[in-house]
Design a protein around this ligand. Structure first.
Ligand SMILES: [Zn+2]
Length: 408
């Protein structure tokens, strides 16, 4: 199955497959007056092949016939960015410093999407603050009616990138994992169609040409692991990374559903994007987390690889629970052969040094994202209020001047 390449996969990060040879169009002047588009038009935006697997069937969601997927209007009218670019506040989460950094930049945003996931539309964007060769980006916006948490998605993405760096530094594998950068862009010159007092936000990442290859599944399965396609440990490395994130987070989360760009090239660097997060179902419910996977499924499905062993990671199922066998009389212990079935013998080498466990990692990521989200919202609301106050006082002054000028 691993030769199948999923171009349009939706995750909590709103994946929009980036297709080889699909050149960003820059500013498109043709979409200033888009008609109201129906579901048939939506299919025309990103034609997809007939569904062949359960995963691909997720792409064929029905959209409301009145759903609009063009970008929100500019305050000045129209949807096309002006030649000098429109103003955007770029928010970046630093996992190392655990803080947000924001700066104002200018961008050109395509007003027509080039791809869709089940939850989001993807638009080409040029970041005019970057050198010419690094301007192309992909901006992802939730479709109307969906209330996504852009800041949490961004912080989780940065966390995954940070954990991948720590994982690489242990040098358990020749493969190095690198996640694309992720940002939240706040479009200062556009009006949120759902609520004028709310900011217009999009998740943004650098444009990368190539196909996305699925290496591990969200539920912890890695079918190629240990097979002929895993001879050099590529799949085992990625699968072990998920287990590693479970360990360093004190079991509070797992970074999973990992897909890499053009992973069949000879490079030992795997460029990853759009991971999913797994957490305990109670935690997911308590925090109202959207798009998270049930970690108990991951724990049950993950089979340790030789990279897990090199890291000295305890088998997940052994840590969490023993599952009773169907007869209810005996217990199976996964990852451990029954007596007499394993002929190997040896004392394992000492495991590679692991970083300290941080059990409050997910709590802190959620907390900082909520704070940042509220901060941006209140800042935007504050601007609306002061603008309205300014308008009211201007009207008041004009009326006062008018009445003062009356001769009675
Ligand atoms: Zn493992």
């Amino acid at each position: 199955f691993f030769s199948v390449r999923f171009l349009f996969k939706s995750t909590m990060f709103g994946a929009c497959g980036q297709r080889r040879g699909h050149t960003p169009k820059g500013v498109d002047l043709t979409c200033q007056s888009l008609p109201v588009l129906g579901s048939s038009d939506l299919q025309a935006v990103a034609p997809i092949a007939a569904p062949t697997t359960r995963h691909m069937r997720l792409k064929t969601v029905e959209f409301s016939p009145v759903a609009s997927f063009d970008v929100p209007l500019l305050k000045s009218g129209g949807r096309v960015s002006p030649p000098e670019g429109e103003r955007v506040r770029k928010h970046v989460f630093s996992f190392q410093d655990h803080k947000w950094n924001s700066e104002e930049i200018r961008v050109h945003l395509n007003c027509e999407p080039f791809a869709k996931g089940t939850q989001r539309f993807c638009y080409h964007l040029k970041d005019l603050s970057m050198p010419a060769a690094a301007r192309d980006h992909v901006a992802k916006m939730f479709r109307p009616g969906l209330d996504g948490n852009y800041f949490l998605d961004c912080a989780l993405h940065s966390m995954a990138a940070g954990l991948a760096e720590v994982f690489n530094n242990i040098q358990a594998s020749k493969y190095k994992l690198k996640f694309l950068d992720g940002f939240v862009f706040e479009f200062l010159d556009r009006v949120n169609p759902d609520n004028e007092a709310s900011p217009v936000l999009m998740s943004v990442e650098p444009w990368k040409q190539g196909y996305l290859d699925h290496l591990t599944w969200g539920n912890g399965q890695c079918v190629p692991c240990g097979g002929p396609h895993d001879a050099d440990g590529k799949f085992s490395t990625v699968s072990a990374f998920g287990h590693f994130t479970h360990h360093v987070s004190g079991g509070s989360l797992v970074v999973t559903d990992l897909q890499a760009f053009d992973s069949y090239t000879p490079s030992t660097q795997l460029v990853l994007t759009d991971p999913m997060l797994a957490a305990h179902p109670t935690y997911i419910k308590e925090h109202g987390l959207q798009g998270f996977i049930d970690a108990t499924k991951y724990i049950w499905n993950h089979k340790c690889t030789h990279i897990c062993s090199l890291l000295g990671l305890m088998p997940l199922r052994a840590i969490n629970a023993f599952k009773p066998t169907t007869d209810g009389l005996s217990w199976s212990m996964p990852n451990m052969p029954d007596v007499g079935t394993d002929t190997s013998w040896g004392v394992a080498p000492p495991p590679l040094p692991l970083p300290p466990v941080d059990g409050s990692l997910l709590d802190r990521i959620i907390s900082t994202s909520t704070t940042m989200s509220q901060q941006v919202l209140s800042q935007k609301a504050g601007q609306s209020i002061s603008k309205n106050n300014g308008y009211s006082s201007l009207v008041h002054r004009l009326f006062s001047a008018f009445f003062d000028s009356l001769p009675f």
